[in-house]
Design a protein around this ligand. Structure first.
Ligand code: FAD
Length: 395
């Protein structure tokens, strides 16, 4: 019998386990993959998430393994439109940390090794779940296809966008695919861009460029459709044409096409099961908020689970979790959509209007824009903010 079973050891499941490591709760994490996913996904860790890592004494090791992005330089077709600098944001961390998701997962997983109340089972897949009045029974299949049953007081589904648990419990996941598609590639960096991110808002379409640790850089362009096998040098040609940067002699390390979508669970919990991260919401990665929103879910879920297991209060903490975290995800989904729409405007007229607005915003809202992009203005976006409002419930 466990206090908690966490399904999925992606960044959110691992963060949740770390946040509960000091609770003495008996926790089992089940992950179907042998090792963390090597595919390029999230890179941006925002200041609220860095604060969480500070609580876990992990922020220094993350910063040592990442790149501090202090400025985002926004280019139009012919000139620089302005710069977003994070120097003035109200946070101890005045930057976005760029660090590949695989390193995030490895660092979080390594830290769990210190705690003997937490067990991580890799290459085991949850295939069934039954909820009763006194607990949840979870069917777990091993690599020999043998299913065993484990019981816990609560379960947290951190099993990603294609969540099995959401399907088994028939929780509606509402949303749609956007028509936009993109191609991203990581290169050895031969530019002189240093640690700055660069956005190119041109008449022909956008180019995004972010520094990565170990002298690498990520480039993203839009594509006319999902390009499973992109034509040779498709991304390089678009970058040269729109941003004037020649990548043909740079070493390409990886390349991935991706589509974008927005979905959200109508329910964030079902009886004794709570959803965190992409199993509860998916948003456009343009804007870099999906994993960070999931980290904030994990912080709230950790507080709720501690309260429920200690049974110190009869208040429905799951309902509070749904109220605040669903609102935060809806806000992040809208903002991610807006960033994507602004960036992908094309044609002489729309592009000129967009670029005029960008110049205006970056000049007259110099302090607000970086707060917005560092996710410091999501209403009740962190558990600390909710706690201040509901002090008696979480003391
Ligand atoms: C191209 C791209 C770029 C992105 N950039 C950013 C960014 O810069 N910043 C940001 O914040 N977000 C970004 N995101 C989003 C981010 O990658 C996701 O939000 C994040 O991976 C969600 O983490 P998760 O743990 O909820 O889900 P996942 O990462 O999907 O992890 C779920 C885990 O559960 C396991 N699992 C699933 N089903 C089972 C089962 N039945 N039994 C056992 N294990 C199971 C899976 O194997 C997986 O390891 C990006 C996404 C993409 C695609």
């Amino acid at each position: 019998m466990y206090d908690l079973i966490i399904i999925g050891a992606g960044p959110i499941g691992l963060m949740l386990a770390n946040l509960l490591s000091d609770s003495k709760l008996k926790i089992l994490i089940v992950e179907k993959k042998e090792k963390p996913d090597q595919n390029s996904k999230a890179i941006g860790i925002t200041p609220p998430s860095l604060n969480l890592l500070k609580k876990l004494n992990l922020v220094d090791v993350f910063i040592d393994n990442g790149v501090r992005v202090n400025s985002v330089i926004v280019h139009g077709t012919k000139k620089v439109l302005g710069t977003v600098t994070f120097n003035s944001i109200k946070s101890d961390y005045k930057f976005i940390l760029s660090i590949p998701q695989v390193i995030t997962e490895i660092l979080l997983e390594n830290n769990l090794g210190k705690f003997d109340n937490i067990t991580l089972l890799r290459e085991y897949e949850v295939n069934d779940i039954n909820i009763s009045n006194d607990g949840v029974e979870v069917g777990i299949k091993d690599y020999k296809n043998i299913t065993s049953h484990f019981k816990a007081e609560f379960v947290c589904a951190c099993d990603g966008g294609k969540s099995t648990i959401r399907e088994v419990l028939k929780i509606p996941f509402k949303g749609a695919k956007y028509h936009d598609t993109f191609l991203m590639a990581d290169f050895k960096d031969q530019t002189d861009f240093g640690d700055d991110a660069h956005l190119f808002f041109t008449q022909k379409g956008p180019v995004e460029s972010f520094p990565l640790p170990a002298g690498k850089r990520r480039w993203i362009v839009d594509t006319p459709k999902y390009l499973k096998d992109p034509p040779l040098n498709f991304l390089e040609n678009r970058v040269l044409d729109r941003a004037g940067v020649d990548l043909k002699d740079s070493v390409k390390l990886s390349q991935n096409p991706f589509g974008v979508q927005h979905y959200i669970n109508t329910e964030y919990y079902h009886k004794r099961v709570i959803f965190c991260g992409d199993s509860a919401h998916i948003m456009s990665p343009i804007g870099g908020q999906g994993m960070n929103t999931g980290f904030a879910d994990a912080e709230f879920a950790a507080a709720v689970i501690k309260k429920l297991i200690l049974k110190t209060n009869k208040k429905n903490y799951f309902e509070l979790y749904k109220k605040y975290r669903q609102k935060a995800a809806k806000t992040a989904i809208k903002r991610a959509w807006l960033s994507m729409r602004i960036g992908t405007m094309k044609g002489a007229v729309l592009s000129a209007i967009r670029n005029f607005m960008v110049i205006y915003l970056l000049k007259f809202f110099k302090k607000m824009v970086p707060m917005y992009f560092s996710m410091l203005t999501i209403p009740y976006g962190t558990f600390e903010k909710v706690k201040k409002k509901n002090r008696s419930l979480f003391e």
